[in-house]
Write a protein that binds this ligand. Structure first.
Ligand code: SF4
Length: 338
């Protein structure tokens, strides 16, 4: 079994890097990068690169798949004709602040909009950031009251932002309140934390996730190198606490747009006891066009993997339909797999 990727960038900082100057000082920008261009990006979209992710970046590699995910690019200020703010249409499906109810039996709860890292392809990039979106206690009570009076909802999906940015105490309080609602059968959390900031997965956080009701944690990762030894240890703490781990990824040009890269990613997930669940087609958020992989290419990539990897490594390849129409399965179809 190959070892998880070691840390590579010896210049990496011990703190999260949050602006263009900090990235430059850490040696993470390509030679000749103009800081003014990146500062203009930072004025619109948040930047954060954790020490764990900075350590993985090879500054000498202009095609580094980790850098591509986190290092800003002036191209982010150009909006392609097909790109829109709120591409998943959260706003029209928001009955009370922080809740998105798109499907009958499940609903999202976004307790905060801060993340450990800010991904350059994020579909909520217009709203996520270090200062925004923390629901007040009153708003959280209103959201909980909405769940209590909506018996059709059997599953609550905590997302954001990243719910694991909450303190263990606050998270435990919120999960216990949700789990106490009789018709809520399943809780799910979507998070980047186990790979992007594994040190945050402390024993206290793992204990906060230990519930009587089933809790699924959907780990967002896009490249095998994100599964460092520290990330693997964090995942082990979570499974040890009884959390069921699923994986979600985005198909991204320059990050995982080859059968080899996807195979490596899904195999790394399984070694971390993470079942690949969703591979997402990129949502058309503003300034993200450079990451686009056409759906036909994505189908061909998955078809190439069909007999190469165990079915356990096989995610469902999905795309959000416009106007909040929900997820559609992209493929591959029978004829694609020859
Ligand atoms: S962690 Fe998730 S919500 Fe946060 S920036 Fe990345 S993709 Fe967006």
């Amino acid at each position: 079994m190959p070892d998880p990727a070691p840390a590579r960038n010896l210049q990496a900082s011990h703190r999260t890097l949050r602006d263009a100057s900090a990235l430059a000082e850490a040696g993470l920008l390509p030679p000749g990068t103009e800081l003014a261009g990146l500062e203009a990006v930072a004025a619109r979209y948040a930047i954060a690169v954790t020490p764990a992710m900075a350590a993985l970046i090879d500054p000498a590699d202009p095609r580094d798949p980790i850098a591509a995910q986190y290092i800003p690019d002036p191209a982010e200020l150009r909006t392609a004709p097909h790109e829109i703010e709120d591409p998943t249409a959260d706003a029209p499906f928001t009955p009370v602040p922080g809740v998105v109810h798109r499907y009958p039996d499940r609903a999202l709860l976004k307790p905060l909009l801060a993340c450990p890292v800010y991904c350059r392809f994020c579909f909520r990039r217009e709203v996520v950031g270090p200062d925004g979106g923390l629901l007040s206690t009153g708003q959280l009570e209103a959201a909980l009251a909405w769940f209590e009076r909506t018996p059709a909802v059997r599953e609550v999906i905590l997302t954001g932002g990243d719910p694991l940015m909450l303190s263990p105490r606050r998270l435990s309080w919120l999960l216990e309140r949700l789990a106490a609602i009789p018709h809520v059968e399943i809780l799910r959390i979507h998070s980047r934390v186990p790979v992007a900031d594994p040190g945050r997965v402390t024993a206290a956080l793992a204990a906060a996730l230990t519930l009587e009701k089933p809790l699924f944690l959907c780990v967002h990762a896009n490249h095998a190198r994100e599964f460092t030894m520290e990330a693997m240890a964090a995942l082990q703490r979570l499974t040890g606490a009884g959390v069921v781990l699923l994986g979600q990824s985005v198909l991204l040009r320059g990050v995982n747009d080859s059968a080899e890269a996807l195979e490596g990613l899904f195999r790394a997930m399984l070694r971390g006891r993470v079942k690949p669940y969703y591979l997402h087609q990129l949502d058309p958020a503003p300034g993200t066009a450079r990451f686009t992989v056409p759906a036909e290419e994505g189908r061909a990539l998955l078809a190439a993997l069909r007999f190469r990897v165990t079915g356990l490594a096989w995610p469902t390849y999905v795309q959000e339909r416009p106007n909040g129409g929900g997820k559609a399965v992209v493929g591959p179809v029978w004829e694609d797999v020859v």
